[in-house]
Each structure stands twice: as structure tokens, then as C-alpha cells.
Design a protein around this ligand. Sequence first.
Ligand SMILES: Cc1cc2nc3c(=O)[nH]c(=O)nc-3n(C[C@H](O)[C@H](O)[C@H](O)COP(=O)(O)OP(=O)(O)OC[C@H]3O[C@@H](n4cnc5c(N)ncnc54)[C@H](O)[C@@H]3O)c2cc1C
Length: 407
Amino acid sequence: MPAPKRRVVVAGASLAGVRTARALRDRGFDGEVVLVGAEDHLPYDRPPLSKKILAGQVSLDEIQLLSHDEADALDLELRLGCRASALDPARRTLALDTGEQLRYDDLVVATGSAAKMPPGWEAYAGVHVLRTADDALALRSALAGAPRVAVAGGGFIGCEVASTARALGCDVTVIEPLAAPMARVLGDATALDLAGIPLDAGVRLRCGVAVERLEGGERVERVCLTDGSVVPADVVVVGIGARPVTDWLSGSGVAVADGVLCDEHCATSVPGVYAAGDVARWRNPLFGREMRIEHWTNATEQGAFVARTILEGRQTGGYAPVPFVWSDQHGVKLQIAGVPDPSDRGRIVEGSVTERRFVALYEREERLAAVLAVNSPRSMLTYRRRLAQPTAGEAPASGRLAARPSA
Ligand SMILES: Cc1cc2nc3c(=O)[nH]c(=O)nc-3n(C[C@H](O)[C@H](O)[C@H](O)COP(=O)(O)OP(=O)(O)OC[C@H]3O[C@@H](n4cnc5c(N)ncnc54)[C@H](O)[C@@H]3O)c2cc1C
């Protein structure tokens, strides 16, 4: 009997998972590749969920990462609508919630992250998160008829939802405990500079105050804030961050601490098990510290890196990317490369805030640590190259760069 073919199993039919599978085939891997995905949908791209999908401008078919035909052509086995539920590294098997046990030689954890929801909030009708295609479709129908929308959390996703909802004619209020939306990543000063963008679009901002509780009957009716004020709302969107999906790994021996812990090569504490995308926390040699990044570019690059490591072994230099994220809000494109220290102000070197076109540099000890480009994609290209040079992104002595980047 011929020996069984080498089999790579990817837990998470996600962006990182699809990228891993494609890269394995691009590199000539002729073993078996199985993608296990909890959602019923074919793998899809998430950035459009808060933008064109929510706006009703594109359909789910248009954001697919892989069709059935492509999966067949690449000889990928898709196991959709079932969850990885446990891992047995000694027997090299992955248990599914269907009761099956999948044998693997190499396993890639690409289960991404899940939206956080404070306890009890989900009991109200009208309360939404935005992480999956189904979330986006549910929120899209909730926005029909231009309701009053309160967005809890002024991070990237909250700001994008506010932008799309406002463009659909909704009355929108963003509630953000820090001084301005996106201040957690950009710092107060730069975030305050950018607050004019949503304000000019007619979004109400309630900053420096948090949500204390929701109130209503069966449906949510109002958001009560910690300063005693109340925001009436028909729809509440909770955009308070995401947590890595690692619960299913408990008891497996794979080390987890706010993400799957990996070394510089994206290998976990268990032989033959790797992680990529939002779920992975690895040591970035370029910055000399651990990172977990919830950005599209990282999921694609890390997926490809893991595929190469599986086939060729450890690569010189390890996985050393410059974090990069973009966001589209009210017709403005924001791009951030590197890891801004939120206690710094970005120094504007091109354009101006009033023009809504500028480049701001975050520097530490005379080194470039991060760049914010507002409607300046060409300049961003140049700065990204500079940041990728080994000395540019080194962690400063203060260690403040340890602020965690997230999408
Ligand atoms: C609304 C939205 C807008 C975004 N916009 C931007 C943007 O503009 N720019 C940017 O840089 N980034 C953006 N991002 C972030 C980017 O989409 C993510 O970083 C990226 O999708 C992460 O990919 P991933 O492969 O790690 O996992 P995910 O995309 O999270 O996919 C993980 C998959 O694994 C599945 N899964 C979970 N548990 C299991 C299990 N036990 N078994 C099997 N399958 C499982 C999940 O159902 C999911 O399908 C956005 C994200 C969202 C949600």
C-alpha cells in the first residue's frame, strides 16, 4: 500500500488560511490540503463588510477569496460549516464538531478573531457586532429606513460603520472613551486632528465618556453613558475590539496568551503546529518584541510565510513584517505603517490637516517608528520601504511601542 500523502490541515477557512493553502500549491506542494471553516460561506474578504457590503454596493459573491472551481483546480478539500473543536498533538489529529478526527502532518491555526460583546447586551434586539458576512447582512437590513445609530467604540471598525451608516442617511453617534476616535492607535493629538472628518460628515461624537449600560424593552432604545447622559438609539453597533479565537485549543498543549504564542518562525509550542493571521502572537524580529496584528496585510503575508516554513523549514530572519493597515472613512483613505506610540504626536511632513491630505511621522529616538498617510498612498509606499529597513522599527528603550496594534 502506498504511504499516505503528507497532509496539511488548516483550521479556519480564513484569509490567512486561504493564503496558506494557495502558497503551498504555488510552491509545488502535491500533498493533501484541507481547509476547515466554521462558517457556511465560501471564504471571503472582511474589509468590504464595513464598507461596500454594508452600503449595499457589492454582493458576497464579489468578495469571495476562493470559489468551488478554484478549490477544485488547486485540489483543496473544503470542510465548511464545521468547527475545529480539539487538537491531539500526540496522535496528530484534529477533532471536528461533527465528531470526525482529521489526521494531519502539519496544522495551521488560522481561526482569526471574534468581536467582543459585553455581557447582557446581546439580549436586546437591535444590538449588532460586525465580524462576519452574516453580521454585515443583518446590520445592512437594520440600517434600512435610516434609524438612529449609536456606535459603541471609535476604533477603525466603529468609525467605518459610522461612515457607511451616515452615507446611508442614518443619524449616527459614536461613543469613544478616549479623547477622539482612533486615539488608541494614533494618540490623542493626531486623532483630534482627524475628528473633523466625521464631524463634517454629520456624525455626532461623544468622546471621553463610556457606555454604562443599554436600556430598552425587547429592542434597545437608548445608550446610557457614564456621565449620566443618554443617546437614543434604534440600532447599537458594538465596536469595542476583538479577541483571538483560541478556546478550542484548551488542553492541547499549544501555548496561548491573548493569541497563539509562536516563535519568530510562526511555529507554536507544539511540533508541526503553526499559526497565522489575527490569532497569532509571534515575536517580530524587526521590532524585537511580540505582536498580534489584526490587519488584512498581516493575515496574507503570515499565511504565505507559514506555507514556506512548512515546506522549506525555518527561514533566515524569521517573519519580520512592518504592520500595515488602511481604513476608508467619509471618502478619506487612512493608512498606517509601523506601530505609532499613542503618547506621541505625528509630525506632519507633507500636506495639512485642513487639506485632508497629509503624511505624519512618528519618531522615537530619531528613528522612524510609524507613518500615518491621509489620502497620500504614493508617499506611504516610500515610507513603508524605509520602515522595513532593520534599524527603522527597532523597539525604543522606553518599551512604549508595546501598545498593541489592532484593526
Ligand atoms: C468589518 C471588518 C473590516 C475590516 N477592514 C479592514 C481594513 O480596512 N483594513 C485592514 O487592514 N484590515 C481590516 N480588517 C481586518 C482583517 O479583515 C482581518 O485582519 C483579517 O480578516 C484576519 O484574517 P484571519 O485569516 O486571521 O481570520 P478571520 O478573517 O477572522 O477568519 C477566521 C475564520 O476562522 C473561522 N473559525 C473560527 N473558529 C473556528 C474553528 N474552531 N474551526 C474552524 N473555523 C473557525 C471563523 O469563522 C472565520 O471564518 C477588517 C475586519 C473586519 C471584521
